[in-house]
Design a protein around this ligand. Structure first.
Ligand SMILES: Cc1cc2nc3c(=O)[nH]c(=O)nc-3n(C[C@H](O)[C@H](O)[C@H](O)COP(=O)(O)OP(=O)(O)OC[C@H]3O[C@@H](n4cnc5c(N)ncnc54)[C@H](O)[C@@H]3O)c2cc1C
Length: 476
């Protein structure tokens, strides 16, 4: 039977980040990945001069762990900023309205751009401005993003900002997602300053990044995955090897190294191959983590399986430039639930990033599914393309059929940190602590976006190494 110091299950960005940290220690490790490729939802493709991200395409600069990892992997000089003008649009009554300049995730930091915007009604603007005078909440329990924004800024702000933007980036339900887990900065601003408008207006004195809030890589974010794989030992990642379950190991074997503690965990793959290790890092979606540990700890399994996931699909569509009447002067638009166009959002990938489409062509991408449309993935590729065209044609003035299309399906891939997530996470941490050497990471647990998954994956890899170092460091 093969034995390692650490087994990492799941080769998405979180698992690879944990493995990257382990590769900088003397520990032996292996990454078991179910799919035929590593990267999880990070998937970029080059097709006929187009560079398409089927999953994530942007690294948030404000959370520096994504950028820092790229720099460590030698990709620092390849990072690209979004192109000018850095505008994002919101659809209302069939028209696209630019999100007013000077806002933090849609929350205004200056009054005039909001007053001039036609995205909101006058009564909506007055209500948003009244946020300055809304008393702070005394109760410090968690609440949904929808409840928080409606309480402070009114229903129109939830309908046209919070729902499509804040919940939209998580493909989630604005009335279920947790403010404290996902936007702790907002809760903190209310607690400390009594008003978000006041808090964010003063934060505007800090200089914004001149290159905008996001970065990507010219070949798409898969460049980062390829660089990570290059940084790991050649045979460290085994693809097409789903882990089926983990149990406590049977104890010392005749060929065990007597200087080391006996292996604690035995992982069996779906093909029935057993592997053993001292430490086990589960970097899988929380419902998979729950299934893998079911025989180890039923309580932990239940807690993990309670983290909800939503499914999404993205559709990439290429056109000749002259086939699209709209200037595509920004990164794309989001569609509030009430607009009912069938899509959640559309990115103008070739306007947002440099070199995503050949000269004279444009690359667009639509988003489907999430909490708003949980049955979206039941549609065929052809139906998703048809629905994309019906949603895009009237707002962008598209005159032809696409040159080509590509559909990406992400089944139960978007973790939902809903109200109460932090309490559930604390309970998960307590349950994990009952099993020394066991660690969990990934978007279902402490952070959803790529920078958070990298930060948590790396911290988890370091924790596993530190835990093992008690014995292994001394004998290697
Ligand atoms: C369409 C989309 C767009 C997004 N856009 C952005 C963005 O622009 N910026 C951003 O920061 N974030 C974005 N996100 C969020 C972010 O990409 C994810 O939260 C993050 O990549 C999740 O990484 P992960 O490693 O936790 O999970 P995953 O990527 O889901 O990786 C989990 C891995 O575990 C494997 N696995 C599953 N079961 C088993 C098993 N039994 N045994 C072994 N392996 C198993 C899977 O095959 C997978 O490779 C987006 C997400 C989606 C879906």
């Amino acid at each position: 039977m093969e034995r390692f110091d650490v087994i990492v299950v799941g080769g998405g960005i979180a698992g690879l980040s944990a493995a990257y940290e382990l590769s900088r220690t003397p520990m032996s490790f292996v990454v078991l990945e179910a799919a035929p490729r590593a990267g999880g939802v990070v998937l970029s493709e080059e097709i006929g001069g187009y560079t398409i991200d089927g999953g994530p395409d942007a690294l948030l600069v404000q959370k520096p762990d994504g950028i820092r990892l790229c720099e460590e992997l030698g990709l620092g000089s390849r990072l690209v900023a979004t192109q000018l003008p850095r505008l994002a649009f919101i659809q209302r009554a069939g028209r696209l309205h630019a999100l007013p300049a000077a806002s933090v995730l849609g929350i205004p930091t200056r009054v005039w751009p909001f007053l001039r915007s036609r995205l909101f009604t006058w009564s909506g603007k007055v209500r948003m401005g009244a946020e300055l005078f809304i008393p702070r909440r005394r109760d410090d329990s968690d609440e949904s993003i929808g409840s928080f924004i409606t309480r402070r800024f009114g229903a129109e702000a939830t309908q046209y900002l919070a729902e499509p933007l804040l919940a939209g980036i998580h493909a989630g339900d604005v009335d279920r997602l947790s403010l404290r887990a996902l936007f702790p900065r907002f809760a903190e601003a209310e607690r400390v300053r009594g008003s978000l408008l006041r808090a964010f207006r003063s934060s505007m004195h800090r200089p914004a990044d001149p290159d905008g809030p996001f970065r990507s890589l010219p070949g798409g974010l898969s460049e980062m995955i390829r660089a990570l794989l290059r940084a790991l030992p050649a045979d460290a990642v085994r693809v097409g090897m789903p882990a089926e379950r983990a149990i406590a190991s049977a104890g010392p074997q005749p060929d065990s190294d007597p200087r080391l503690p006996p292996p604690r965990f035995r992982v069996t793959t779906a093909a029935g191959v057993p592997l053993e290790a001292q430490a086990l890092v589960l970097a899988t979606p929380a419902f998979v983590t729950g299934a893998v540990v079911r025989d180890l700890d039923a309580d932990l399994a239940r807690l993990c399986s309670e983290v909800r996931y939503e499914s999404t699909a993205t559709v990439a569509l290429a056109f000749r430039r002259e086939a699209v009447a709209h200037p595509l002067n920004g990164s794309g638009f989001v569609v509030p639930r009430t607009e009912r166009t069938g899509i959640l959002a559309a990115s103008w990938l070739s306007s947002k990033w440099p070199h995503r489409a050949p000269d004279g062509a444009v690359l667009l991408r639509t988003f489907f599914g999430g909490a708003r449309d949980p049955r979206a993935l039941e549609q065929s590729d052809r139906e998703l393309v048809t629905r994309s065209m019906s949603a895009l044609r009237p707002v962008l003035g598209i005159r032809t059929e696409p040159l080509f299309t590509r559909v990406y399906r992400w089944e139960r891939a978007s973790a939902q940190h809903e109200v109460g997530h932090l309490e559930r996470m604390a309970a998960i941490d307590r349950a994990v602590a009952r099993h020394p050497g066991l660690f969990v990471t990934g978007s279902g647990f402490r952070g959803v976006g790529i920078p958070d998954c990298i930060a948590d994956g790396r911290a988890t890899g370091r924790s596993a190494a530190r835990w093992l170092g008690q014995w292994v460091g001394e004998v290697k």
